[in-house]
Design a binder for this molecule. Sequence first.
Ligand code: IPE
Ligand code: IPE
Ligand code: MG
Length: 248
Amino acid sequence: MSDLNHIDLKAVPEHIAIIMDGNGRWAKSKGEDRLYGHSKGVDAVRETLKAAADLKVKYLTLYAFSTENWNRPKEEVEGLMNLLVMSLANELEELNENGVRLQAIGNIIGLPSSCQQSLSEAIEQTKDNTGITLVLALNYSSKWEIEQMVKRISSKVQQGEVSQEKIDQDLISSELTTHGIPDPELLIRTSGEHRVSNFLLWQIAYTEFYFLDMFWPDFGKKELHDAIYDYQNRERRFGLVSEQIKNV
Ligand code: IPE
Ligand code: IPE
Ligand code: MG
């Protein structure tokens, strides 16, 4: 029974990450094909982005396509890539009108060239916007990202640019595709699955998880508000005891 009136506007998470899951099952339940579910998922993205921006969330990271998703049937993968290109073209004007800055994380050079082109144009054309940053995780896998980080740091050590003693958590974070983005305080996953599916493993060390059974196309403003309200009623202890948190 939460709504906007219950949310503490001064304690809204700076960064919310979402595993947008359940498009296929949503479509199946309506007797439609999976791609119809994905296109309805874009509507849910639009509504959720607006609701997050209205609450002054600074970063919204959406898991849109995982490295593992390449193994889906060819028609679905192609459909998703086309949907990405079309959505970027359709939404660009509105992103700019609303001051949204677009970024992407993941193995972007592994995407088809049409996607890379639309993405880099949209990133370039929104780069000076000062509202919410929408981070699309595309061809993203956390283990891939960690592997790349290890390669980059070891090569810097080999070149003598970094000494082994200087390898610390900040250096590791700075070599991930999320560099410069604060860790999410809240991670939401729709569709009833209670797993992380190779998403932001390093970055969610102290993130609060919020799972809901609803499929992604049905997610929107009310559900985002409910998730934030739930988050605000938790005690984040970071290893301390409750009394220590209350004394801060
Ligand atoms: C999430 O919905 C979107 C992507 C992974 C691209 P799914 O396509 O995974 O939908 P379900 O989980 O099969 O219902
Ligand atoms: C996670 O959903 C990836 C995205 C939402 C893009 P999946 O549907 O691919 O995850 P699994 O396979 O159920 O773990
Ligand atoms: Mg799924």
